[in-house]
Design a protein around this ligand. Structure first.
Ligand code: HOZ
Length: 423
């Protein structure tokens, strides 16, 4: 019998490339067609055929309070009644900027955009405009959205599909993007030495979260800070995944390392399409209309998106011990998951409420070691869990996200399903 999801996918494939609006969700790497999601509540999502799943994707991170949190839902309801878009300045944008500057370290000024891709593209432009230099260092397996300059050895969907770089990106757009290996400070130092006075910025995911989850080695982020300082370059933390996830102040707070610029994504929109970049006042003052670095957007600071984001960030800020509690639950859950898979060669990496099971017995510390994971075993794992009502990211190279809505009962059900896995 054909399912509603299958019928929708067949229709979608005729009119949308690959049937999806973002490649990973096509389920191609796990050899399936995707369930189409009809609704979500708390830690559960329901597909078009009425099947319910425990959701560990959480919209790729932003649903840290679970789906349909009443504070976020109410704020959106109220905002919608006041108007959907003005293309003009609003009070909520001021409140959002003030809130983020108050709770995230080292953010003096911030600019709202509409996605993580746009945030990174704009932060890189600001870094280049401020330093007067063109070159960037990024890390293999880190994903910073799909702007041309960032599609070099990128993680996430490119890694999932084994695409080293994207077609359609002129060589000129990536010639100033230099690649280093994650956790390899000597490699970064060598790039600085080979390009004296030319590197505008080092951009890094403070926790690699688009090649699975790869924690920074002790001293790695501090070492990047030192190298940037010694060489007059800016350090950009791409906090699209780690921001408001590891701690209220993101990776800067969690690791105690200062970035010059940070980029944020979907989590600050509470599920609505939002991104932002911000940081040092002197750098942000180069952005138009104050300075010569141009960046703009009609929907930036959209009133409904700001309302959702403000509501979510306010709950995160005002809930006592929110991150302590979430990270403790995650520590216990992921360590039990590790135990549940003890008969299957694997490595479980976890930072805060982000986790990933790699199907290799070797440590995973960078792009090369992440790629050692058996993707066929991941496929078997993914299908096993989906059949038991557990929705994981349909790719080895994405993270599992925990939310405060994950109930003890659903975590126990997930662990019980994991214990039955026999590849
Ligand atoms: N690249 C996204 C996760 N890191 C995937 C988003 C999506 O497919 O919706």
């Amino acid at each position: 019998m054909t399912s509603t999801s299958q019928e929708l996918f067949d229709r979608a494939r005729r009119r949308i490339p690959g049937g999806v609006n973002s490649p990973v969700r096509a389920f191609g790497s796990v050899g399936m067609t995707p369930p189409f999601i009809a609704s979500a509540e708390g830690d559960r999502i329901t597909d078009a055929d009425g099947r319910e799943y425990i959701d560990f994707v959480c919209s790729w991170g932003p649903m840290i309070l679970g789906h349909g949190h009443p504070a976020v839902r109410d704020a959106v309801d109220r905002a919608v009644r006041g108007g959907l878009s003005f293309g003009a300045a609003t009070e909520r944008e001021v409140q959002m900027a003030e809130l983020i500057c108050a709770i995230v370290p080292n953010i003096d000024m911030i600019r709202m955009v509409n996605s993580g891709t746009e945030a990174v593209m704009s932060a890189v432009r600001a870094a280049r405009g401020f330093t007067g230099r063109d070159k960037l260092i990024k890390f293999s397996g880190c994903y910073h959205g799909h702007s041309d300059a960032m599609l070099v050895a990128a993680g996430s969907g490119l890694m999932t599909q084994g695409i080293p770089g994207s077609a359609g990106v002129p060589a000129g757009c990536t010639k100033d993007t230099l690649s280093a290996e994650y956790n390899d400070l000597a490699g970064v130092a060598a790039l600085f030495d080979a390009n004296p006075g030319e590197i505008a910025a080092v951009i890094v995911e403070p926790v690699g979260a688009n090649m699975g989850v790869v924690p920074p080695a002790d001293g790695f982020l501090e070492g990047l800070r030192d190298l940037c300082d010694k060489n007059g370059a800016l350090l950009i933390f791409d906090e699209v995944i780690t921001g408001f996830r590891l701690a209220l102040g993101g990776a800067q707070e969690y690791y105690g390392v200062r970035a010059d610029l940070c980029t944020f994504g979907k989590i600050i929109g509470g599920g609505m399409p939002v991104g932002a970049y911000g940081g040092r006042r002197d750098v942000m003052e180069t952005v138009a209309p104050l300075g010569p670095v141009y960046q703009a957007g009609t929907l930036s600071g959209n009133p409904v998106a700001m309302a959702a984001g403000l509501a979510q960030l306010t709950v995160l800020k005002n809930t006592p011990d929110f991150y302590g509690a979430l990270n403790r639950t995650a520590e216990r859950f992921f360590s039990e998951l590790d135990g549940a898979l003890r008969d299957v060669p694997h490595t479980l990496n976890r930072v805060g409420s982000l986790g990933c099971v790699f199907f290799t017995g070797d440590p995973v510390t960078d792009y090369a070691s992440a790629k050692k994971s058996s993707t066929s075993r991941f496929t078997a794992w993914f299908r096993h869990m989906l059949e038991r009502g557990v929705y994981l990211a349909p790719s080895q190279f994405e993270a599992m996200f925990l939310s405060s809505a994950h109930s003890e009962e659903d975590l126990a059900r997930t662990l019980a399903a994991a214990r039955e896995f026999r590849p």
